[in-house]
Design a protein around this ligand. Structure first.
Ligand SMILES: Nc1nc2c(c(=O)[nH]1)N[C@H]1C(S)=C(S)[C@@H](COP(=O)(O)OP(=O)(O)OC[C@H]3O[C@@H](n4cnc5c(N)ncnc54)[C@H](O)[C@@H]3O)O[C@H]1N2
Ligand code: MOO
Length: 499
């Protein structure tokens, strides 16, 4: 199916494998400039060899390590997309390892633990169930029937009842503790009392669903199978048994399990604290764009996204295009991660590089072979503080967020890495000659549909997307399996952390 057929079939979601025109012109031009400075050719076979799927750092397509790879036209040594992610993931491990008070695991009440990471294994504080329990509403019975029914029934949450004697039954509710000497629970629909008040087991109606293989016979004639519909103490776990390992994400289900297993608080790792610095004199925080001024798209977008990635956003500050102001904002920040937007390129008011240089910061990533977003950077500004510099173009900022901030924050938050996965891209996607492309896609059935409006300055594509496709240099054919990066709102597991 070609792009125009796809468009015809998918209406507004239609795909266009061509990039947005202003994007393409710049990218192609940059690629030519890069070639002139000795980078790899656009040979698709070599480009595919650099396909970043699979994760770990790898040599560039030209076989040279990043250190020996020639600098780009701007003098920087860009890393491949996979290398950059690995560096970001490992940067936090390379810290001193000393945990400040803020980083130490802390007990957190259950209702504040959603989205955090377990600092210690979740170990059952009790047997579950903690007593033998009725799995059904009906009668606790002792021995074969018929049974004499006791006057008092047994409800959930009540103290222990006197033992049953052989041939005795007591009305019981689901979840109630079965009286001692109970041999089975007879479901209410499987029993009937006669005129003398004696309880008889009645076989399930012929229309009843058939018994699963191996399941106990649900009452036949005058008796029921031993143990039927009793949940024995410790069936789910014994006290002291490990239910989840350290590092597990606290999801709603984990909160439920922890409560059931006796926890009031959970030992969790604190969220890394992120301060967002939005750079740009041209940005408005309200109203319509006018007189060359535009709305700040990143101030509203980044905080909830960062929270979804496991961070606590301590502040969002707007910083004038002034080197001294930026220097002060960064050096005064006590956050674990300072995240800047804009100012990463080499324009007259792009102060991020000179400021990092002035601070003596260590540049860990200085440019990435990814489109959009190639000027993104990662620096260590001081012991246990990092700076992620996102490019100002909004989709380029998203690219930097997922390429550098996500692995860094994931490691700092102690979260497990998401399992990489691929899906076929329904349509061909044009690749960059040398760089990985991140392209918004929607998931439809067993395929991912690349979206239009994927230019660096556009959010229209990603706002409608479920994921970003990692398009290797050289592009993808229709149906080609391609790595996808889930967007937090599309992956239920992380979505819970927007709260
Ligand atoms: N000579 C070169 N110029 C540029 C290059 C290059 O390689 N050589 N790269 C281009 C690419 S690619 C990108 S991406 C941008 C990165 O620029 P900066 O990080 O310095 O960002 P700014 O110049 O500050 O802004 C770029 C663009 O984005 C708009 N912007 C900035 N912040 C926001 C915001 N919060 N909300 C909405 N829009 C924002 C800003 O107005 C600019 O239009 O550099 C290229 N140039
Ligand atoms: O292509 Mo830039 O890298 O617009 O993000």
């Amino acid at each position: 199916m070609n792009a125009s057929e796809a468009r015809a079939g998918r209406g507004a979601e239609a795909v266009d494998d061509a990039e947005d025109p202003d994007d393409l012109d710049v990218e192609e031009a940059l690629a030519l400039v890069n070639d002139a400075f000795g980078r790899t050719s656009g040979d698709p076979a070599r480009a595919r060899a650099r396909d970043s799927r699979g994760g770990g750092p790898r040599p560039a397509a030209d076989g040279r390590s990043p250190a020996t790879r020639p600098a780009r036209h701007d003098g920087r040594h860009a890393l491949s997309w996979a290398e950059a992610r690995t560096v970001a993931e490992r940067a936090a491990h390379r810290g001193t390892g000393r945990r400040t008070a803020h980083h130490a695991p802390a007990p957190v009440p259950l209702d504040a633990a959603l989205g955090l990471t377990l600092a210690a294994p979740l170990t059952a504080l009790t047997d579950l169930p903690s007593f033998d329990t009725s799995a059904m509403d009906g009668w606790a019975v002792s021995g074969p029937g018929p049974w004499a029914v006791r006057k008092d029934g047994v409800l959930a949450g009540h103290t222990e009842h006197p033992p049953l004697t052989d041939g005795e039954a007591a009305r019981i509710a689901t979840g109630a503790r079965v009286p001692p000497n109970t041999t089975a629970v007879l479901r209410s629909e499987h029993g009937r009392t006669d005129d003398n008040g004696r309880l008889h087991a009645v076989p399930p109606r012929a229309s009843a669903p058939s018994r699963p293989p191996g399941a106990p016979r649900a009452g036949s004639g005058s008796t029921v199978a031993h143990g039927q519909d009793i949940r024995p103490r410790g069936q789910e776990c014994r006290s002291g048994e490990q239910l989840l390992p350290a590092g597990a994400l606290v999801t709603p289900a984990v909160l439920g399990l922890a409560a059931a297993a006796g926890y009031d608080t959970l030992s969790t790792l604190p969220r890394p604290r992120v301060e967002v610095l939005v750079l740009g004199d041209e940005l408005l925080t309200a109203g319509l764009p006018h007189d060359g001024l535009i709305r700040d798209a990143l101030g509203p977008m980044l905080p909830p996204w960062l929270r979804a990635l496991g961070a606590e956003v301590t502040a969002v500050r707007r910083v004038r295009d002034d080197a001294q102001t930026l220097y002060r904002a960064i050096t005064r920040s006590g956050a674990d991660v300072v995240l800047t937007t804009g100012g990463t390129a080499a324009g007259p008011v792009d102060h991020v590089h000179p400021t990092l240089h002035r601070m003596g910061a260590e540049l860990l990533v200085d440019g990435v072979e990814v489109r959009p977003g190639h000027p993104m950077l990662l620096a260590r500004t001081k012991e246990d503080q990092y700076l992620v510099g996102l490019p100002g173009n909004p989709l380029a900022a998203v690219s930097g967020l997922l390429t550098l901030a996500e692995p860094l924050l994931r490691t700092l938050a102690g979260r497990p890495a998401p399992e990489p996965y691929t899906m076929p891209l329904r349509d061909a996607v044009q690749g960059h000659p040398h760089d990985t492309r991140l392209v918004p896609v929607v998931l439809r059935g067993d395929a991912a549909l690349p979206l239009r409006y994927n230019g660096p300055a556009m959010l229209r594509g990603v706002a409608a997307a479920d994921a970003l496709a990692v398009v290797p240099p050289g592009g993808t054919r229709p149906g080609q399996e391609t790595e996808l990066l889930d967007l937090p709102w599309a992956s239920g597991g992380i979505g819970v952390c927007f709260t």
